[in-house]
Write a protein that binds this ligand. Structure first.
Ligand SMILES: [Zn+2]
Length: 532
């Protein structure tokens, strides 16, 4: 039986970024887009070009993605021509594969929030969609407050949706903007809409205010919608958006959906889901929710004799799907089997082949456990994990040693009478039995240390010339006076490769230094620098 295509639209970078306390940098956005592209999501809504410098730059970067990078913006302002609407022009100027416009479809909102007539709003929607289509881009309409609008004035809500469809929109997305609609209402309303607009042009965009974001999305699919919008980890304002991290595995692993629908997420790509979910948490400096369905650390954890022995006989006794299908691992809390398979999976991902029963795996596991207990985060700092693993497997040369470093921070008035803070660092390193002392200045202690460390690495200098620090994240792990600092550093080189390293110490400069050293050593290994 042929399966119907189902389109997946991710809005983590746009709607998810509305979340309180979330502020993605350009690098964060590119990294997440890469994960989503690797997962096989059809569209990544990346932001509002023209609205802020990050999003404007994002749409001018080259992006070798299969996923359609989508720009978001408003329909044109009623009573104004498109050529006279600077916001709309910025949107048309963006290098986007598709443009998603949000338009009002609830008569109450048109009246109160826009203060224009219903006809003016409808015209604005049609003209805006037509302008996007004319620009050669794929057009989508997010029908804001569609479900509330439909309940208040079904004819008008549907007229807006149909108007956009007839103007050439590829997808008409029904949004439950306030998130209060229940699954049975979604089923009924989507069922009515697909009588007027073909279901393979209808999408669902649900919010989670009654904890039904996932249920509403699935209800819409069953009622005929063929695009699902949501975010990784359900990130989003208030109670979040529909959680793609739960929806995607449900669509692939549950036969009621898998037998009928087909997405671009292959079983192989699905195995990257847990990793993508953890990367988002790390970028947000959040501890992952252990109890998240499918991807949480506890989702396949079994404790207690009877459960564990049954799972060992046949995992289906207490697991609804195999954990490795989403890249998660089973945890049996009476042994370290879970830990071992976790380590083996990580080694496999970075391309280190080790026999399953190698005794060094056990030692590496103990070391990782001990380090994670004091604050290291190897799930995201894969370069640091790789270094640690290669060291324990005995194949990392000691390129250089750092004997000591010293950092000074001075706050003073300069010759112009301005208050300035300057940092200066001295690093004493040993390379081939030769001691090298370098001094660097910077706008902060870490920057100064980085400059000093990379000033003179002798024979290795050419390997690190193109190394660039992209991002630097600090997290204080415990409260009180014995707080520990974790520093995550993201680096990249001229070939566009990027990697993460981690350092942990009660002292922030020390933690940073450790992460910097890992980054340099990782680059040397990756580029095949010769042992001294
Ligand atoms: Zn939304």
């Amino acid at each position: 039986m042929t399966r119907e295509p189902l389109s997946l639209f991710d809005t983590t970078l746009r709607d998810g970024a509305q979340t309180l306390g979330v502020d993605f940098s350009l690098e964060d956005k590119l990294l997440l887009a890469e994960q989503l592209d690797g997962l096989g999501v059809d569209y990544v809504e990346a932001g509002y070009p023209g609205a802020n410098p990050t999003d404007t730059r994002l749409f001018s970067e080259s992006r070798p993605f299969a996923t359609k990078v989508t720009a978001f913006g408003m329909t044109k302002r009623p009573g104004r021509s498109i050529s006279n609407d600077p916001g709309f022009q910025a949107l048309l100027a963006a290098e986007a594969d598709a443009i998603c416009l949000v338009g009002k479809t609830w008569d109450f909102h048109v009246d109160v929030a826009l203060g224009v007539t219903l006809d003016e709003n409808l015209e604005a929607i049609k003209e805006s969609i037509a302008a996007v289509v004319e620009s050669g881009r794929e057009a989508l309409l997010d029908c804001e407050h569609f479900f509330d609008g439909y309940k208040a004035n079904p004819d008008y809500a549907v007229a807006c949706a149909r108007g956009a469809y007839e103007a050439g929109a590829r997808w008409i997305v029904l949004c439950d903007t306030n998130g209060g609609t229940l699954p049975e209402e979604v089923a009924e309303i989507v069922g009515a809409v697909v009588q007027q607009i073909p279901g393979d042009h209808v999408g669902i965009h649900a919010h989670n205010d009654t904890d039904n974001g996932v249920a509403n999305s699935l209800a819409a699919v069953r009622a005929g919608a063929r695009q699902v919008q949501g975010t990784l980890n359900g990130l989003g304002e208030r109670c979040g958006n529909a959680n793609l991290t739960s929806i995607i595995p449900t669509l692939l692993l549950k036969t009621t959906y898998a037998d009928r629908y087909e997405t671009n997420v292959t079983p192989e790509k699905l195995k990257t889901l847990t990793h993508a979910s953890r990367i988002l948490d790390d970028l947000l400096n959040r501890a992952p929710n252990r109890h998240s369905p499918y991807v949480g650390e506890a989702a396949f954890a079994h404790k207690g004799g009877i459960h564990v022995s049954a799972v060992q006989k046949d995992p289906r006794t207490y697991e609804h799907v195999p954990p490795d299908s989403i890249g998660n691992v089973r945890k049996l809390l009476v042994s370290d089997q879970g830990g071992r398979s976790n380590i083996l999976a990580q080694l496999d991902r970075i391309g280190i082949a080790v026999p399953k029963d190698d005794a060094r795996i056990g030692r590496l596991l103990e070391e990782v456990k001990a380090r994670e207990a004091v604050g290291y985060a190897y799930e995201s700092a894969e370069a640091s994990f790789e270094l640690l693993a290669r060291r324990m497997l005995g194949n990392v040369p000691q390129f250089f040693d750092v004997d000591s470093f010293r950092v000074m921070v001075e706050r003073r008035h300069n010759a112009l009478g301005e208050l300035v803070t300057i940092s200066e660092a001295t690093v004493k390193a040993r390379i081939n039995d030769e001691t090298v002392m370098s001094v660097g200045e910077g706008n902060g202690p870490v920057n100064a240390l980085d400059n000093a460390l990379r000033k003179d690495l002798g024979p290795y200098q050419s390997y690190i010339d193109d190394l660039e620090l992209v991002d630097y994240k600090v997290r204080i792990l415990t409260g009180g006076t014995d707080a520990v600092t974790r520093v995550l550093v993201e680096s990249r080189d001229s070939e566009g490769r990027r990697w993460f390293t981690v350092g942990v110490s009660p002292n922030i400069v020390d933690a940073s230094f450790e992460a910097l050293l890992d980054s340099i050593n990782y680059k040397l290994i990756r580029d095949g620098a010769p042992a001294p």
